[in-house]
Design a protein. Structure first.
Ligand SMILES: Cc1cc2nc3c(=O)[nH]c(=O)nc-3n(C[C@H](O)[C@H](O)[C@H](O)COP(=O)(O)OP(=O)(O)OC[C@H]3O[C@@H](n4cnc5c(N)ncnc54)[C@H](O)[C@@H]3O)c2cc1C
Ligand SMILES: Cc1cc2nc3c(=O)[nH]c(=O)nc-3n(C[C@H](O)[C@H](O)[C@H](O)COP(=O)(O)OP(=O)(O)OC[C@H]3O[C@@H](n4cnc5c(N)ncnc54)[C@H](O)[C@@H]3O)c2cc1C
Ligand SMILES: Cc1cc2nc3c(=O)[nH]c(=O)nc-3n(C[C@H](O)[C@H](O)[C@H](O)COP(=O)(O)O)c2cc1C
Ligand SMILES: Cc1cc2nc3c(=O)[nH]c(=O)nc-3n(C[C@H](O)[C@H](O)[C@H](O)COP(=O)(O)O)c2cc1C
Ligand code: FES
Ligand code: FES
Lengths: 302, 258, 302, 258
């Protein structure tokens, strides 16, 4: 019997596709819809301490092979998000609470809130490439990452995931620091620092100028990170970046991911992307004689 | 895939005080009811329904804030960025159709009226605050059997709301479909009126849009993307939406009363 | 009169398109052909001290939006390359000698050879993402880069360019170190660390496993680097990464590049890519009232 | 854009000792004279002419080293990776055609003979070391008027080289075009023979290939990409090439005598 079920850091998922943070996940109803569409788990929008409008528009550039976005971490704030988490209680798939903060203390405050709200796990956004004082500004420093993870672990009993940035040559050091501090899984990768310029308007298109590249363009980059992380770490890895079809997902899994997250493809492919990936993956597994996803994890290293 | 393109304004028409139609050339096909994300550098990028869907595209902008005021000041040869079209658009109905537009709602509806392509089976009802704001009247007349106007202050047509007129028309005649666009309170009343008479409708909604492309979730109503599954929804879909007519999301994603 | 002429760190070019290192530039005849095809300058394959076969095949993966390559720096070695440089003497466009080495001493040895051979400038490959002991292993360390540039400058009178990697969060620090050490221009960027896996074969496709991503996929990444470098540096910047048409080239120039290099597009578009870019750029300049390329440099910052 | 795809061997034919044809299904169209980069995991990726260009594609491999020996050992249901087709291929000539193949050169030439589609205007000359290595004889006979064979040891056909036969044929008959593929020394003599009789030719070359896609420059002859502008070159192009018949590049890019 071929099964898509996976277990990632004590989380049991019906399949290895997870909705990535920041995409259709700011409200309970959205999260529920994405779970109904077939996601094995859903990650919330990254939530901070206070309500935040994010950057003015334009916040998105469409490319043939992906998007550049600089949303600027808009979110209703952790207090208002209590209500969304309450409404999401009946969600058929585990809800992972993503949070961002500028200090270890703030991270642990938000994480314990997410735990109280019933999150199945907490994902630390240590990797947003375009928010001053947040995200990758912390996430490229192994000591800082270690401190954040340690602090969060000290207040949380749910699994803690660290979401890391590919925009550094120190990814392995950062990931090892997170692992040593007790992190339960690594999520790799967030978007890659990028920009688009309108030559007629003679200026960057995004209001924030810089943004983060996602989608097919970064799949080879994310895949490489996951492959290298798998050689380096003992904790599970969740692969993100340009997963658009079953083949992308299987590439990530063979590189060493225990599950994958899907963001841009929700726009580029549609809400049925989770279902399409799962159907294709299952057919592939039957064809190739894999009975479980875990049998495929990391086989590209052999 | 909807790449940004820079277009040059080829005509500027003042439809009413504070309401301007901008035309420009763009080859990419648009269905009635779809919208662009319109970029004005240093100002903003905002969603705008496509009010002319031929190769010479157009948008019809009502000045309500910074971006729309800046759009209202544009002149021929100025440039704007557009991406899109986004959204589903109206399914062009068979049979007899009643079209009800409030304010700039007409901008989104008129291409649908023209796409029906048979004036004999379309009646148009236009609502506005006051006579000066009645939009696109001549264009509506050309494409339909009857056009009726209502204004809040009675300065043109009958005094009252477009929903009052809809109710009367649904009493008087049989329609196979109602198309509506305008302020959500109006749409909510419109849905009720249609449901009472068991007439199907398609209503076009507005929500706060950031990406426009179905990613960010800022435009959702009951978890459904107005920019992608909408902006046009059927009565069947609307009836299930708890937030329809009652609440929306602000830029932070907080729920606020309409 | 609209002119495409540019001057970059004392090099006079007939137009701002330069053949990037590693693409059709291992022999004199190739370099001459690319100059005849319209390149404003040509950079040689990166040359080391000894002949080197590079990695076994597969060395290239084609994607819809670019390539992943791990050639492994094949080259005939600096001694044998004397003959190619001699044959390239009549080249209608300046020939820039690219070199790679594992120490400052070795870099300066190779650079002075290139100068003797008549190179118009020398480009230091501090950024190859997949050669052990070379390239980005040195190029992410500001002190190392500073030492290399200083040493090379001490033996060279021709302009010295440092080619940098985007695979680090320290690009600005590295570039500033190069500038402070006397570097004449920064070339950004080299390829981005990447991988492709064949799910049927259950393994990475490239013999080296990891490789470097180039082509349209990385244009937004290179553009962002150039934009940020322009805010940081006073020396000229040469933009590289996914330049495929005039629009890409103008984006880079508006971001702050004084010229652009073209690599993957020689395969994806063809040998006429230089000519196509120049024609389109000139038409754009006439349309928009720019008389010289230098008028466009960095205008996206205003 | 030529993405890697994994294909499954559907038939294995031993053409001669150490020469094997592998067939597999691939939808992507190929022109006669084009080649694939063929990947055998853990071994190598090497260029191989497409010897069957229908949907059931084929390559015909002569064992000369590690990769070709490994290819020669494959069985039905084994998998290989292919990318391509790369290269220009033969321009299918009008008029009468003389085709001259040495060794596995026939693999590249036969699809061109078949594409001419008119046996009445094609003569084929096959050269080989010895009788056992004469390749694809039956297929050549079906698609042409006359087939002649030469072997170095005289064990089949006439004793001598294929170039000797070409010279004789050009003396005897008029041909509008010669197509040739084989070792470069043979091709170089072939060009000379054609030039003497002022007959145009198209010859397919081999050079060390890494990327196959026109990027890395490892395959260049006189700075021209054999993988892209070639592998088939016209007499006019070949006459200008200083390296033709005299030198090539090794894996490091060093010039070495042929
Ligand atoms: C699908 C769709 C189609 C639309 N078509 C038209 C049209 O054809 N003609 C027309 O005049 N207007 C149209 N609008 C409304 C138009 O987008 C807003 O009036 C405009 O964004 C206001 O911007 P501002 O800077 O002038 O006002 P602000 O002062 O910024 O805001 C005024 C109000 O406009 C709305 N608004 C502001 N920004 C956005 C945004 N990014 N997305 C959605 N609403 C926003 C908010 O409700 C806000 O309270 C449409 C909106 C949507 C969602
Ligand atoms: C365009 C083209 C079409 C070809 N078509 C055919 C064909 O239809 N049938 C066939 O049997 N052979 C063909 N070859 C030759 C074939 O590629 C080589 O025989 C093969 O690569 C040898 O690999 P090996 O590991 O067995 O031998 P090795 O021991 O590695 O090398 C033996 C010799 O093969 C050549 N070679 C090795 N690797 C390559 C490479 N990557 N690119 C080019 N040459 C190489 C070199 O000259 C080398 O000296 C073709 C070559 C080219 C360039
Ligand atoms: C519109 C948008 C918003 C995003 N917001 C967040 C966010 O709030 N927090 C976060 O950790 N990642 C965020 N991301 C990054 C994604 O979660 C994901 O890491 C990245 O997009 C790569 O995956 P993809 O190629 O599948 O999109 C966002 C991405 C997009 C496109
Ligand atoms: C096949 C190939 C070989 C390359 N070899 C080199 C090299 O030897 N030295 C170097 O500095 N860069 C090398 N590069 C990187 C290019 O010079 C360039 O920085 C990169 O490809 C991005 O530009 P592009 O998108 O225009 O290709 C190589 C790139 C490719 C595709
Ligand atoms: S505006 Fe982003 S999902 Fe609709
Ligand atoms: S093999 Fe790389 S250019 Fe021909």
């Amino acid at each position: 019997m071929t099964s898509l079920k996976v277990e990632v850091a004590a989380l049991k998922l019906s399949n290895p596709t997870i909705l990535a943070s920041g995409v259709m996940d700011e409200t309970a109803a959205s999260l529920l819809n994405m779970a109904r569409a077939g996601a094995g788990a859903v990650v919330t929008k990254s939530i901070g301490s206070e309500p935040r409008k994010g950057y003015p528009n334009p916040t998105l550039v469409e490319l043939d092979w992906g998007y550049i976005n600089a949303m600027g971490l808009p979110n209703p704030g952790i207090e208002a998000f209590a209500e969304e988490m309450r409404l999401a209680r009946g969600c058929p798939a585990p809800v992972i609470g993503s949070i961002f903060a500028s200090s270890a203390k703030e991270f642990s405050f938000l994480a314990s809130k997410m735990q109280d709200y019933g999150a199945a796990a907490v994902e630390l956004n240590l990797s947003c490439p375009h928010a001053k004082g947040y995200g990758m500004e912390l996430g490229v420093d192994p000591e800082m990452v270690s401190a954040v993870v340690r602090e969060v672990k000290s207040v949380c009993s749910i699994p803690v995931f660290a979401k890391l940035t590919p925009n550094t040559h120190q990814l392995m050091e950062v990931a090892k620091a997170a692992e040593a501090a007790g992190c339960d899984a690594i999520v790799a990768v967030n978007t890659v620092k990028a920009m688009a310029i309108s030559v007629e308007m003679r200026r960057p298109i995004l209001s924030n100028k810089g943004g983060g590249l996602s989608g097919p363009a970064i799949k080879p980059i994310g895949l490489r990170c996951v492959y290298d992380l798998h050689s380096t770490l003992n904790i599970p890895i969740i692969g993100v970046g340009g997963v658009e079809d079953w083949r992308d997902a299987v590439e990530y899994i063979m590189a060493g991911a225990s599950a994958v997250q899907v963001g841009s493809a929700v726009g580029r492919v549609g809400l049925n992307v989770f279902e399409l990936i799962c159907t294709g993956m299952k057919e592939f597994m039957v064809r190739e004689g894999f009975e479980s996803v875990s049998q495929m994890v990391g086989v590209a290293h052999e | 895939m909807n790449k940004q393109r820079i277009v040059t304004i080829t005509s500027v028409t003042k439809e009413a005080p504070g309401i301007t139609t901008l035309r420009f050339h763009d080859e990419i096909k648009v269905k009635p009811g779809q919208f662009y994300m319109v970029w004005l550098p240093r100002v903003d990028e905002v969603p705008m329904s496509v009010s002319y869907t031929s190769v010479e595209k157009g948008i019809t902008v009502k000045e309500v804030g910074e971006a729309t005021r800046a759009l209202g000041k544009l002149k021929i040869r100025d440039q704007i960025g557009i991406r899109g079209p986004y959204g589903n658009g109206y399914r062009i109905p068979k049979g007899t159709v009643l079209v009800a537009g409030g304010g700039t709602g007409m901008a989104s509806l008129l291409p649908a009226v023209e796409a029906i392509g048979d004036p004999g089976r379309v009646d148009v009802l236009i609502g506005a605050k006051t006579a000066g704001e009645v939009l696109l009247l001549d264009r509506a007349r050309k494409a339909s059997r009857e056009v009726h106007v209502s204004t809040d202050d009675g300065s043109m047509g009958r005094k009252g709301t477009v929903v009052d007129m809809v109710q009367e028309h649904l009493e008087m005649k049989h329609y196979d479909m109602v198309l509506g666009c305008g302020p959500e309170r109006m749409l909510s009343a419109l849905l009720k009126a249609c449901d009472e008479k068991s007439v199907k409708c398609q209503l076009s909604l507005e929500r706060y849009m950031k990406c426009g492309a179905g990613l960010c979730g800022s435009c959702v109503i009951d978890g459904i993307r107005v920019c992608r599954e909408g902006p046009v929804f059927s009565s069947a879909e609307l009836r299930k939406m708890k937030e329809f007519g009652s609440s929306k999301r602000d830029e932070c994603g907080c729920s606020v009363k309409l």
